[in-house]
Structures are given as C-alpha cells and as structure tokens.
Design a protein around this ligand. Structure first.
Ligand SMILES: [Zn+2]
Length: 340
C-alpha cells in the first residue's frame, strides 16, 4: 500500500513551469539547477520537461535519458529502413540537392591538400559529395549501427566507428570540421568542443548546424515543436548564447544562416500537425516508412496530413524566408573560424 502510494506520488508529480528544479543536471555543463519551462514528450509517450540551466543558459531535456532509452530511440526507425532515410525517392533526391549545397560550403573553403572531418557523418553521403568536388582527405566519425556500416562501404572515407576521443587525431590536423545536426545529440559536448578545438588547425573552419530554440516555431509550439525531438536532443543554445560560447572557445563567426529549406518549413508543418493530433510526428514517421506507428490513424487522416504537407509547402517556404530575416528560422547554421 505504501509502495503504491509512493508510486502514485512519483507518477503524478510533474514539475511546475517557472519553478527551480535541482534534481536534474544540464545536458551541456552538468549543473544541477534549472528553471522548468514546459513539458514535452517522445513518440513513445514518455514525458520530459525542458529546463533552462542557471549556469550556462542552455535549454536541456530533463530527466536525462538513460543509455537504454537512447539505444531504443536510435533504432533503425530513426534512420529509416533500407539504404535511405525516406521511403519516397523524390524526398531523397531533394535531400541530395541540400547535401550538395553543404558540400560546396566546405569545398569553397578548402584546397586539394586539405583534410576534412565530418563528426556524425551518417551514411557518408555528405563526405562522398565533398569528394566529388575536391581532392581533400576525408575523415568521418559515426556511432556503431546501420549508418556506420553503410559509410564503411563508401570509397575514400577514413571512418572511425565510435565517439570522438582525445587521442584519435594529432593536434592541428584538420582544415575543416563539420557537425550537421550533431551538437545537440552529444553525450559530452564540452569535452567534444575541446577536442575539436585542439585537432582543428588555426584559421581552420568549423561548420555547425542545430535547431534554433529561439526560433518562432520553437517559441510558438514549445514541447510540440518538431525539432525538440526527445529523447535524442539533449540540450539547445540560442544563437546568441552559442556565439558567446564559441567566442570563449576561440572562434569568430564568419557566417550565420537561418534560411533552410531542408529543415525549417517542415519543422513548422509537423509542429502544427503535432499540436492538432494526440500522437506526435505521425506524418514524419510514415514518410520514413514506420507505418505501424500510424496504425491507429485512418487512411483518410493520413491522406489529409500528406495533402497539408504538399499543398502548404510554398507558404511555409515563404514564412521561412521571413523568419530568417529576423534570425528566427527553425534551425541555424554557423561557419566559424578558429583564431590563429
Ligand atoms: Zn548548463
């Protein structure tokens, strides 16, 4: 009876927004003090809160997911089934165009003797595109799993399967290091930034993109925001706080980009659908081929969601253009240069 009572207290006591939570540590700096902002959930229905750290200002997921929960969340459904993340080839073709643009961003800053490291290189598509435009030496790091296995088959990539560690590369090795939508997933972000800063050459380029917690879509949809992506996204910085952080690490910002066709319009569309439906990310999971996730939704409902996605696309592209003028795009990409 006592146990049952305790269990009831635990399951019914959700932290109240605005209160100080000293039981959960910050995903970036580890400080055990954060103000509870709002709640969010993952696709299994598990509840979390988003807290803001008292020390480093990061927004972080509380409680921190266990390794088992993360292992489950990174199962193959996350990356999609088979070779590609998305089932429909036109989506993959469109994504390839965006990957080409990213590759050009790097090759523009690189000569043929350069060395590039892509941290969280996925299946290696980005590096293979860089390879087509440049003779630079390609290095990639990816955690064990299906993506790493696919990357290992790509010619020209020196692949490390695992996490970045201090003794992986000599200091001042790389001319460019990239982390596309990887920073917010990192288990030890501070240590990783220290290693990156050591292995990047002076005046080398660091390219990082991540969800913008200060975007209009994040502020409007809060816990229902598509890019909140619990339990995989462990912390977020506003672009302003990120710039301050990177200045302290010895970098200058040379480009800050908010307009992003790959991530931003869909971010608003899926957030609207999340706000209207009981379960979140239904359309996204269906587009990835995870059909059983939508088993309790009718074909007509799914048709309407797809129709909404396709018919309102241009409108949300226009909205993204407006958001980016105010630096409020759903995701942000920085090109940083290490001071000499
Ligand atoms: Zn912190």
């Amino acid at each position: 009876m006592v146990l049952l009572f305790c269990a009831l207290i635990v399951t019914t006591s959700t932290p109240i927004p605005g209160t100080l939570d000293t039981t959960h540590s910050c995903g970036y700096c580890g400080e055990k003090a954060g103000v509870v902002l709002y709640s969010t959930d993952d696709i299994t229905g598990k509840l979390y809160t988003i807290n803001q750290c008292d020390r480093c200002n990061a927004y972080f997921l509380a409680p921190r997911p266990t390794p088992e929960q993360l292992g489950e969340a990174y199962q193959k459904e996350y990356y999609g089934k088979g070779e590609d993340k998305f089932k429909e080839s036109w989506i993959e073709n469109l994504l390839d165009k965006f990957r080409e643009r990213r590759a050009k961003l790097i090759t523009d800053h690189l000569d043929d003797t350069g060395k590039v490291l892509d941290i969280g290189c996925g299946n290696g598509t980005f590096l293979s595109l860089v390879n087509q435009h440049s003779k630079a030496e390609m290095h990639g790091i990816e955690l064990p799993g299906g993506s790493a296995e696919r990357a290992a088959k790509v010619e020209g990539i020196n692949l490390k399967i695992g996490a970045l560690e201090a003794d992986d590369y000599e200091p001042n090795t790389f001319d460019a290091i990239t982390l596309f939508h990887v920073f917010e997933h990192l288990d030890k972000p501070k240590e990783t930034l220290d290693i990156i800063t050591s292995i990047l050459k002076p005046e080398g380029f660091l390219v990082m993109s991540f969800p913008n917690i200060d975007s209009w879509q994040s502020r409007l949809f809060k816990g229902k925001w598509f890019h909140m992506d619990a339990p995989r996204h462990l912390f977020f910085f506003t672009p302003k706080d990120f710039i301050d952080l990177m200045n302290e690490f010895g970098y200058d910002v040379i480009q800050e980009k908010h307009f992003n066709l790959e991530y931003n319009p869909y971010g608003t569309q899926q957030s609207i659908l999340n706000a209207l439906q009981k379960k979140r990310e239904i359309l996204y999971e269906v587009l990835k081929g995870n059909h059983h996730y939508a088993d309790d939704y009718s074909k007509f409902n799914l048709f309407l969601q797809k129709f909404f996605f396709l018919s309102t696309g241009p409108l949300f592209i226009l909205l993204d253009a407006i958001e980016s003028l105010f630096k409020k795009g759903g995701t942000v990409e920085f090109v940083l240069k290490k001071r000499s």
